[in-house]
Ligand binder design. Structure first.
Ligand SMILES: Cc1cc2nc3c(=O)[nH]c(=O)nc-3n(C[C@H](O)[C@H](O)[C@H](O)COP(=O)(O)OP(=O)(O)OC[C@H]3O[C@@H](n4cnc5c(N)ncnc54)[C@H](O)[C@@H]3O)c2cc1C
Length: 416
């Protein structure tokens, strides 16, 4: 079924009786050409591009819970291409282009909104760093505009510019940045993959990886053994646990990140605003809720909920930056498990086991990476070669020292 405005109107008149299921619910087959472990954004996009770009359709995505139950449905939905280092720059630039064509490609409304992102700076040194970053973005073909304090005031008049701890000096404006509806991205890729013949198997947890003489043979699951010549591990916060099934110890720590949403308000914040010095960022959802978050909780955990000290820290930072939000009521908070690498950049690579591939280490920024990660992981699994925009996301860089450390801050996760 093709979705369109006309279809919405027709179905509305017919009492919405004509909609069909968005994807099938198949039982697992005993053998596939390729298996993707993890039905999050990255796993589903990989399956979609394996089918669409490489004609590989005898594929299964194995998801231990339901589609959209992981971080793809828990993030704060910021999409941007404002990276500095070669390796990251071209990858996120490629991802932004895929975002811009995503709704047409998937025939799905993911509510992608390029409302602009402003990163605030609060010192001369920070401004210089943002000038360098902005130049790198422009050289990459993306957009960046340096705003002085009055320039920021024109866009964001409601900020407290004179706060004594971090007075606002200006901001780096990224007009193509914005947000999207997170779970619609999962649903859109799921539907697109299913339409091309991919089996999406929910409630199917992978419990073991079968390896013979250094070659992957398939997986063990809660719904039986499934054989495949190629297996991709794409499980975000659970990467260390699933890689351990193949005897691998990854350079990943799993940490909790929280987010918050207020009651619905009339439109008041029409950009994404990032206040790095205070560890706070915010945007307004299409339903009107102010969606905001801060930093990691700073302890390794597999719990999808956070602790109160970080709640207090985020609220304080929000009140410092825009005291007006003190009047809004917070409705909900939640957490997700972040797969943190020591340099803050991801991994898309082969492993030492023939036929076993891994895509992980998305830290707190993997939502915007979903399309390019799927594109590049599919390329790697289909051809055996890294895609040119993901060639620096090597697993062995932590041993060779070729790190991709955007902030130059070393392995401290809060400083990435
Ligand atoms: C609060 C919060 C805010 C965030 N904000 C942003 C943001 O604004 N912008 C941005 O770019 N990124 C953001 N992120 C990060 C982003 O959400 C993640 O990096 C990204 O979603 C991770 O990839 P994924 O979608 O594939 O993960 P997931 O959706 O977690 O997918 C992994 C899947 O693997 C499944 N799985 C795990 N183990 C197994 C197993 N053994 N067998 C089968 N299946 C298994 C899980 O159930 C899960 O569904 C945020 C994250 C959080 C938590």
């Amino acid at each position: 079924m093709r979705y369109s405005g006309l279809r919405v109107i027709t179905e509305g008149l017919r009492g919405n009786t004509g909609w069909t299921q968005a994807w099938r619910d198949p039982a697992p087959k005993p053998t596939y050409d390729a298996i993707i472990i993890g039905g999050g954004g990255h796993g589903l996009a990989t399956a979609f591009y394996l089918a669409k770009n490489h004609g590989l359709t005898n594929i299964a995505v194995l998801e231990k819970s339901h589609i959209g139950s992981g971080n793809i449905g828990r993030n704060t939905t910021i999409v941007r291409a404002n990276y500095f280092l070669p390796g990251n720059s071209e990858f996120y630039s490629h991802s932004m282009k895929l975002w811009e064509g995503m709704e047409a490609e998937l025939n799905y409304n993911v509510m992608h909104s390029q409302r602009g992102l402003i990163n605030l700076f609060h010192s001369d040194g920070q401004r210089d760093a943002f000038v360098r970053r902005g130049n790198a973005m422009i050289n990459q073909g993306d957009d960046a505009i340096l705003l002085d304090r009055e320039g920021v005031r024109e866009h964001l008049p409601y900020l407290d510019f004179e706060q004594t701890r971090f007075p606002i000096y200006g901001g780096l404006y990224h007009p193509r940045g914005g947000s999207a509806r997170h779970d619609a991205v999962a649903w859109g890729y799921a539907r697109g993959a299913d339409q091309r013949g991919v089996d999406l198997i929910q409630n199917c947890e992978v419990t073991g990886i079968d390896i013979e003489n250094g070659v992957v043979r398939g997986v063990q699951t809660t719904r039986g053994a499934i054989r495949a010549k190629k297996v991709g591990i794409i499980v975000a916060g659970r990467s260390s646990q699933v890689a351990a099934m193949a005897g691998m110890r990854l350079p990943i720590e799993s940490h909790v990140l929280q987010a918050f949403v207020t009651e619905g308000l009339k439109p008041v914040i029409n950009h994404v605003v990032s206040f790095g010095m205070g560890h706070f960022y915010i945007s307004q959802s299409d339903k009107g809720g102010l969606v905001f978050g801060g930093d990691l909780d700073f302890y390794a955990s597999y719990a999808s909920r956070g602790n109160l000290p970080m709640v207090e820290h985020v609220m304080e930072a929000g009140m410092t930056l825009m005291p007006m939000i003190g009047r809004a009521k917070v409705l909900r908070s939640w957490g997700g498990i972040m797969d943190m690498t020591p340099d803050g950049s991801p991994i898309i690579d082969k492993t030492h086991i023939d036929g076993l591939f891994i895509d992980c280490g998305w830290n707190y920024g993997g939502f915007k990476a979903v399309p390019a990660s799927g594109w590049c992981m599919a390329h790697l699994m289909a051809t055996g070669e890294s895609h040119e925009v993901a060639r620096k996301f090597r697993l062995d860089r932590f041993a060779t020292g070729h790190l991709l450390d955007e902030e130059g801050t070393g392995s401290q996760h809060n400083l990435h």
